[in-house]
Design a protein around this ligand. Sequence first.
Ligand SMILES: C[S@@+](CC[C@H](N)C(=O)[O-])C[C@H]1O[C@@H](n2cnc3c(N)ncnc32)[C@H](O)[C@@H]1O
Length: 396
Amino acid sequence: MSSYEDYGRVSRSYDRTRHPVGLPLVREGLMRCGTPPDSLNLVDAGCGTGAYTEALSGKIPNIIALDFSTGMLDAARTKCRDRPTRFLRASIQAIPLEDGAADGILNNLVLHHLPNDDGFAAQRQAFSEFARILRPGGALVIGVCTREQLRDGFWFTRLIPNAIDGCCEVTAPLARQVAMREDAGFSVEKHAVPWDDILQGDAYFDRLGPLDPAWRDGDSVWSLAPPEELEAAITRVRTMEEAGSLAAWVGEHEAQRLKTGQITSSLLGRRNMRTTGRYRHTEPVVAWAERRRVPSTDSLGGISGGPALNANGEIVDVTVASSKRRGRVFTTAPISMDQLLSQANVKPAGRPSAGLNTGPANRNFIDYGSALRRQLTVAQVICRVEGGGRKRGRRL
Ligand SMILES: C[S@@+](CC[C@H](N)C(=O)[O-])C[C@H]1O[C@@H](n2cnc3c(N)ncnc32)[C@H](O)[C@@H]1O
């Protein structure tokens, strides 16, 4: 459910001013997962009135169009009535689909509707759901308006600065979004801006649009404008029109759109590590590029299972593998660490682990590890072992 827009009402006029921007980028992204379109299982997560679902369903018959708003879903159902699309009323924070059910996920202009409390916890939850339902090797295409695009990508936003501030608050900076996606086990493969496409189509150029409530319904940012700001915006548009200066004013601010674009589309792959043999297992991992090695040893043998520390000395992940050839070290995604700790009923104190030296010390890690255990800095070891009986997860 949107934390601020009434999509039940908006569903009646939404399509007057919206069209699916960046479709070629979406198609290209989805094709990267390697599944042919006619057998690709796509989830349009936050499908709205189904503009993308409809446009894609010609080539991709197996689409699940998911949205929380009944009104938006009804509009999507009407639009796609001749298509085999399935519709699902659900939140992207708790998707009622099985693990690995999707080859591709599209999530366009939805995330800013989630509440931003608690450090974007709701967005993290959505990314973790996407990682769960996307099969390894699948593709996730996300469309967002960045903070810069919110401020400069639309001529009318100068009329409602408070609303824009509100929208920026619910929009994590792009770098933060990337970090959250990586934490969930995704690798960001590329960002692209569909420069020639305009979110509201031709209606965007209607300079008197702000006077029409149905026109304003085409962009949820208007719903964040306090009543007095909205009133002042309307008066300003009328006054400039009467003075004959509105067209020039629109042109002046419109020029910024050509520099920022309106939307940023990102293609993400789900990075998974599969282990084979006795402990067969698949889980999302985070890949680190090696910049420096201390001590300067040739071998990374033995680092698996060891802690990965952040700059404060806090344990953030567990090292699971390395690739000497590609200069990469892989650690568990934070989401797996959270799951493991909660399964083992361990609540970390959340402060730097005492006694860990994260500086570039040229030390012998084996001796260092033994010393940490002797002085009880390492006081508890948790193992996750898949399977039943003797091999079940246990604390040592
Ligand atoms: C701006 S519209 C985008 C619709 C569509 N993706 C598009 O680009 O045309 C945002 C949509 O996200 C939906 N939405 C908001 N929060 C949601 C949630 N937690 N789970 C599922 N859908 C949500 C709204 O109901 C609305 O249909």
